[in-house]
Design a protein around this ligand. Structure first.
Ligand code: CA
Length: 246
């Protein structure tokens, strides 16, 4: 039995299911489809530090997946024990987006388009579920993944009140696509994103494209961690076979 089949069987047992009926793959965006996390880490840490927060690039990776508002609120509660005003949140979110927009164009993640194309070729629906509200990046999805993601199959921070690690963004994606949890899987790269997928009762795999140890992703609940998107592209056929085994 393949390692993938073992992981899927563990998931099915936990969920009380006999088999998956795979119809969709829900992709996180930053750090999965775009190699944008180094830019996000730099922009967030600079803006937060200028505003008096102790917030390093590592903190950005540990908070990855949260909305901007949640990132600032979490940092403020941890550091000052206070909830920041909406004005402060809006100001810092805008400063971060403005700084991000000055950076060079974010490249597509290596291997990402290969994975999405394979998913589509298998007759599955690819969707995007992101905590991002970065207009510059959202506007570039179609240009970088032409014809692969329908506009109403992209869930962003603008669509939900509670972002990751809450399950809400993934639950909304299921609702939008008309899918049950056993009909979709999640591809994430960050611990809080993995938690969100697992909280939505979805089979969740991770690609470790950032600086964190893979154990962080396993501890967050990932069923399997691939070292990169090209690695996932290479393994897709084997994974798909296990996912669709009866
Ligand atoms: Ca991510």
């Amino acid at each position: 039995m393949s390692i993938y089949k073992q992981k899927i069987d563990s998931y099915l047992q936990l969920q009380g299911l006999k088999a998956l009926q795979l119809r969709a793959v829900l992709f996180d965006m930053d750090g999965v489809l775009f190699d944008s996390m180094p830019y996000h880490a730099s922009a967030w840490s600079q803006v937060m530090q200028e505003a008096g927060y102790n917030f390093t690039p590592h903190d950005v990776y540990m908070n990855e997946g949260r909305t901007g508002s949640s990132t600032i609120t979490t940092a403020s509660l941890a550091q000052f024990g206070t909830i920041p005003s909406q004005e402060e949140i809006d100001r810092l979110c805008k400063a971060k987006c403005d700084l991000f927009a000055t950076y060079p164009e974010t490249p597509r993640m290596q291997g990402a388009i290969e994975v999405v194309k394979k998913v589509k070729a298998c007759g599955l629906t690819p969707m995007i579920v992101t905590g991002s509200g970065t207009p510059t990046l959202l506007a570039r999805i179609e240009e970088n993944f032409p014809g692969l993601f329908a506009a109403d199959h992209i869930i962003t921070s603008f669509n939900v009140k509670r972002g990751k690690p809450h399950p809400d963004p993934y639950l909304l994606a299921l609702e939008r696509g008309g899918f049950a949890p056993y009909e979709a899987i999640v591809v994430e790269n960050a611990p809080l994103g993995v938690q969100a997928g697992v909280a939505a009762n979805l089979f969740t795999i991770a690609v470790n494209t950032g600086p964190l140890h893979e154990d962080v992703l396993y501890n967050a609940g990932a069923s399997y961690v691939f070292p990169s998107m090209p690695a996932l592209a290479d393994e897709w056929e084997k994974l798909f076979e296990a996912l669709t085994a009866k």
